[in-house]
Structure formats: C-alpha cells, structure tokens
Design a protein around this ligand. Structure first.
Ligand code: GLY
Length: 528
C-alpha cells in the first residue's frame, strides 16, 4: 500500500509476476518517483526497513542523500553569518547526492527475485504514457511554482504555461523514462557514472550547484542495524541514524513506560505525551546526526536509565518549559512532503519505506535532459547552530554540514510486534513524522486496528517552539482548558497532516488488515 493508487497497483503487478516484497518495493519506489514527484523521486533518498523472513532478520537500507564533497559548514550563510533565505531550499545548491537509484538497485540485486528491468517496468510505463494530476498535485505545484519556473525543464514537465496544472492534466516524463531505462539496463552505474552522471553534474554546476562526478561515483547505500526496543510487551524495530526517528520513538516509549499511561485521564495523557515529545526532540537537537561522522550515543539515549532520568522531571499537572531545558526558539508551520509505503508478501517478507525529496518538488530543479528532479534535503542539516530549518527544527554541531555527510532525518519506517499481531507503519510529515508514528504505535498497543491507527486525531510537540500543535477538532474546549491550566500553549493547525500507511497482520491466521490515511489519496490492496 502506498500514497498513490498507481504505485500500489505497480507493487501488486510485480507481486503477481512472482516478485517478492523487495521487488514490489522497487516498483512502488520508482512509480512514486513518477506519479508523486512532489514527495519523492530518483533525485531523492529514503530509508527502507526490511524484514527478511528466511533469515528472521531486520535491516535498514540507508539510501539517504549525502552532502556533496565540496560542501562546507557555512555554505548557506552570508558574510554576516546569517542564513541566506531559500539557499538550502531552492535550486541545485540545495541538493544532496541522491540515494534512491542505488537503493533500488541494491534492493533488487541483494533481496529481489526479479530483474531490476521487470520491477522498473511499471514506472517506465507511467513516465512514458503519462499520469493524470489531481487537486493535491495542483496545490503542491502552486506552492512551488516559483522554484519550478526557475528551471526550464521543471517548468516544461511539471507546470502548464508556467502555472500549476489543473486537475486532470497529463504529465508525460520522456526524459525520466529514458533515465529509468538506463538504470533498468545498467543498474546503479547507469545513474552514478557515464553520460547521465555527466549531464547531471553539468546542469547542477551551471546553475550554481557543487556536485562533482566523484560525488556520484562514490555514493553508496549502507545497510544499518535498526534501532530496537520493547514497550510493555510490544517489540519496536525502527529507523537508525542518520534518521532521528527510531531513537526519538524509543526514547518517548521508554519514558512513557514509567507511567500508567492507559489509566491516565485524557488531559493528562496529552500532557504526558507532550512532555515526552519535548524531551526527545530536545535530545534530537543536541545529539542526533550521521553516525558515520559523529558519535551518536544511541545506546545511551535509548537506555531505560536515560528515560528514567528524563521522565523523573515530568510533573503530572504542570509543563516543564522548553526554555528550562535549553535556549533557542522559533516557529514554523509550512508545508512539507515525503512519502511512505508498507508491503508484506506471502512469505512474510516486509518493507516499511519512507522516502523524500524534502520540500514539495524538492529543489524544483530538473537536471537538463535527464528528467531527474533534485531534492533539497540539504535543508535538513543545521545550517547554523540553533537556527531553525523549514520544519522549525533546530540542531547543533552533530548535524552540521560536512562533505559526504548524511543530513539528519525524521523519517521513521517502523515494525511493531505484539504476541498476536505485527504492524508495518510510517508516514510523511517532516518533523511531525516521529510523533505520528508514536501515536500510531500507542493505538496499536492498545488494540486498535489499522483504520484506528491511521485515522485518530494527531498532535505534536517538538521542544521548540514550545507549544502543542494539533489538528483541528482533536482537542475539545474542555481539554484545551485543562492543558492550558497545566501551562501548555496550544496551536490549532489550519489542516490535518500526515499520510500514514499501515498493514496489520494477525499472527494466528495470517489475516491482513490495512488502511490508507483518510488525509491522503493513497490506496491499500491485497494481491489476489
Ligand atoms: N526531509 C524530511 C526528513 O528526512 O525528515
């Protein structure tokens, strides 16, 4: 199941051809790149959490973008040491080195049952024949119309007369089809070396970017040990650094385990959740980054001792101001993008994948003649300590820009397991991803089905700004009054957020229960 019906259909097509969950994951990844260009793409990156049934093994495939080798810690600062607005968001200077093509090739060759050319065929078809846009596409394109118009190829492909296309428009991507065909025939080499790579580097450099051929040739996916924990009988397997998702999720669950959470009254539940979120996001800001470059104290952060120390400062009837934990403050409530899909096959192999090009339509820049829309994931670095990124997230030295380093992510593809059920979940949503997965995990732990997990109301605290953000109509007036009395500031957002996709399997009979988020246009399908 995925965020777009055509991508879900592509996965089913590949399963029906004899592919396993990993082949289907390649097909869904590539098709999302074509039909959901505002969320992910072969010019972007992601994390694929895999359960390999044969070996009873979980692994996280890290296809996160890397900073170009010419990147510097102050590359987005002006002569006054101020962040240049938009520099890490628009155009090719904001683009990290993509990981999706290498990850697809690795998934296929290492774990798949079918050739890459077969798994990529549905995406190539949708790129060549086109797909029809909807209202969501129009809104995303409208948001990024300026950045897309700055790139001749992007404007030609994704806009109509320099404007966001009306729903029902046909988007044909011939150059992208040719690029996917090259990957289908040559594997990762087709993307990272040779004529296509030369074209991308030339286009990027001509528009102020800093990619080199060496950047592309040296890109590697990494297999990483996922983060694991147990919460009151539920096993949790989630994303490792350079995502902050698994660590923060485990920290929050560990803190919660110090409370009789299920027995708390409504206002206290929200309050305690906000307090554990606050503390986990504070640690995120200070400690999380690319483990290959800095020493992320994963074991310490996810230990019960650390959770006890943090939880001990939580009062049941009063906030701990974020300022009491650390300085710096900011605000943001802008759009964000990314995508998630979940797959399970007949053998029991599982994939939970969250992919991104960061802001809608990434950097807005398409490398001339390649159809590759580049990410703007460099904004996920901390351009300046304490300075918020587009999600309002602050960071420190741990997530400073360094050549070849992966930028910190919030993507949280996750597996949950209780004695009788398994869940595969994740969602887009920028900094709110981790708290959405937390709320989904708690709903699962309390016996909720897939529908209840994806569709319950959402709220979020991320340490800074010091307030609880909530979807409209989630908190009653009475609840708001009680939370205010505890000292919380509450911001009711204009709209709902997230696009979670969950599969739940009952262990006893293998029965599946799946749900696509009511907030998105995705689709769940079970192969016949
Ligand atoms: N670009 C969003 C994230 O990785 O968290």
């Amino acid at each position: 199941m995925s965020a777009h019906p055509l991508a879900t259909d592509a996965g089913i097509e590949i399963l029906n051809k004899g592919g396993n969950a990993f082949d289907a994951a390649v097909a869904v990844t590539a098709t999302l790149a074509v039909v959901e260009p505002y969320s992910s793409g072969i010019g972007g990156g992601g994390f694929w959490l895999l359960h390999i049934k044969r070996d009873s093994r979980d692994v996280m495939l890290d296809g996160r973008e890397r900073a170009p080798l010419a990147a510097t810690s102050d590359m987005y600062l002006d002569e006054n040491n101020d962040v240049v607005p938009g520099a890490s968001i628009d155009g090719p200077l904001s683009a990290g080195i993509p990981g999706v093509p290498a990850a697809m090739a690795h998934l296929s060759s290492r774990y798949g049952a079918l050739p890459l050319s077969v798994s990529l065929a549905p995406a190539i078809k949708y790129a060549s024949n086109g797909f029809t846009t909807d209202e969501h596409y129009r809104r995303m394109a409208e948001l990024r119309v300026q950045a897309l118009n700055a790139s001749a190829d992007a404007a030609r492909i994704f806009l109509r007369n320099k404007k966001a296309p009306e729903p029902g428009s046909l988007i044909i991507q011939d150059d992208l089809a040719a690029t996917l065909n090259l990957i289908a025939s040559k594997g990762a080499r087709g993307f990272y070396q040779g004529a296509l790579a030369e074209r991308m580097v030339k286009a990027v450099v001509s528009q102020g970017g800093i990619w080199s051929m060496e950047d592309l040739a040296s890109y590697r996916v990494v297999e990483r040990e996922p983060v694991r924990a147990r919460y009151k009988g539920m096993q949790v397997v989630s994303a490792a650094p350079p995502s902050s998702g698994g660590v923060a999720l485990v920290q929050m669950l560990n803190m919660l385990s110090k409370f009789d959470y299920s027995a708390l009254a409504d206002a206290q539940r929200v309050h305690v959740l906000a307090e554990v979120m606050r503390r986990a996001y504070r640690d995120r800001a200070e400690f999380l980054g690319d483990n290959d470059f800095i020493d992320v104290p994963v074991r310490q952060l996810t230990s019960t001792q650390h959770a006890t120390m943090l939880a001990n400062s939580i009062q049941l009837d009063a906030v701990t101001a974020s300022a009491a934990l650390a300085p710096v403050t900011t605000d943001t409530n802008k759009a964000k993008d990314t995508t998630h899909f979940s797959i399970i096959d007949g053998e029991g192999n599982r994939v939970s994948a969250t992919l991104s090009i960061n802001y809608p339509f990434g950097s807005g820049f398409v490398a001339t003649g390649t159809g590759v829309l580049l990410n703007d994931e460099m904004d996920d670095f901390s351009s300046k300590p304490g300075e918020p990124n587009i999600y309002g997230l602050v960071g420190a030295k741990a997530n400073a820009i360094e050549p070849g380093k992966r930028m910190l992510s919030s993507m949280t593809p996750t597996f949950l397991e209780t004695k009788d059920r398994i869940a595969i979940l994740g969602t887009p949503g920028g900094s709110r991803i981790i708290t959405m997965v937390l709320l989904g995990a708690l709903a699962f732990h309390e016996g909720g089905d897939a529908e209840q997990m994806v569709n319950s109301g959402r709220f979020h605290h991320q340490y800074l700004p010091d307030k609880i953000f909530t979807e409209p109509d989630v908190f009653s007036m009475q609840l708001q009054d009680k939370l205010s009395a505890f000292g919380h500031e509450i911001e009711i957002l204009d709209s709902d957020y997230g696009n979670m996709h969950i599969i739940v399997q009952h262990k006893k009979n293998g029965q599946l229960d799946a749900a696509a988020d009511r907030r998105g246009g995705g689709k769940a399908r079970i192969a016949p």
